[in-house]
Design a protein around this ligand. Structure first.
Ligand code: DG2
Length: 249
């Protein structure tokens, strides 16, 4: 039976989602559409009576702004907030800033999908002098020696899980309704863990922007319904297909 309430929210459309660029740790803004998606997410939370008691976000403004906008609409702008690099998007290495379609054309569909979706093949590492490197960014002082130069999904799980266990689970155990505002791949990492999805099957899982995904968890933190429930299932189905097709012409 349902004991705990967890809501996952990928940020609304970012400027680089709209331009079809690999983003990773690059700190881009939401588009107007992304802001609208965030407002809609807040309306859905309100309509379902899912009122977060606490929010956890990454250190990237697209997730932070999405949470702020959604919570403002839901009249929950005042709740405690925790931010961590451990919820950041997967570091996309040397691909950060590159066009997805051009990368697919250059390296082929197979390599492109390995980089985007495989469990354990990271993209080439970013050069610390690259214009899209985060080396020396003070917000990552706490990450220190753990700061990645590239990551595959397996790496994201390894750095995300300690935060899940030490910060998010305790909030759930206190019976707080928890909102996690994060990213396509950091949320794939969390969903893989929650649903016990295999390394092979996670390849086919995509998370749409800006649609709250509700997980009711039992006393052992297992989903009562596998895969959770999108608050707007029709919009989610269409948006999931769009993410899967990204990079195609
Ligand atoms: C996207 C995900 O991350 O891209 O880093 O480009 O969720 O922060 O927009 P997000 C990026 P894909 O792995 O779906 O290509």
């Amino acid at each position: 039976s349902a004991e705990y309430t967890l809501v996952l929210l990928r940020h609304g459309e970012s400027e680089w989602n709209a331009k079809n660029l690999f983003t990773g740790w690059v700190d881009v803004h939401l588009t107007e559409k992304g802001q609208q998606e965030a407002r809609r997410a807040g309306e859905q939370l309100l309509a379902e009576g899912l009122l977060p008691d606490v929010v956890h976000t990454s250190l990237l403004r697209r997730a932070i702004t999405t949470a702020n906008v959604a919570l403002d609409v839901a009249d929950r702008h005042w709740i405690p907030v925790h931010r961590t690099w451990r919820l950041n998007e997967r570091h996309y290495g040397a691909l950060q800033g590159l066009d997805k379609a051009a990368t697919r054309d250059k390296y082929g569909e197979e390599q492109f999908m390995l980089w985007r979706r495989s469990f354990d093949t990271p993209p080439p590492p970013i050069d610390p002098d690259d214009e899209y490197s985060q080396a020396g960014d003070p917000r990552y002082a706490e990450a220190d020696g753990d700061m990645p130069l590239t990551e595959c999904l397996k790496d994201v799980i390894a750095r995300m899980l300690p935060y899940w266990e030490s910060a998010i689970v305790p909030d759930l155990r206190e019976r707080r309704t928890v909102l996690v505002a994060a990213h396509g791949n950091s949320l794939r990492a969390l969903v893989k863990h929650l649903d016990g999805i295999s390394d092979e099957d996670i390849v086919g899982l995509n998370i749409p922007t800006g649609i709250p995904l509700l997980y009711e968890l039992d006393g052992d933190l297992r989903p009562v319904t596998a895969g959770g429930r999108y608050l707007d299932p029709e919009a989610a189905a269409a948006a999931i297909q769009a993410v899967a097709n990204q990079g195609k012409h």
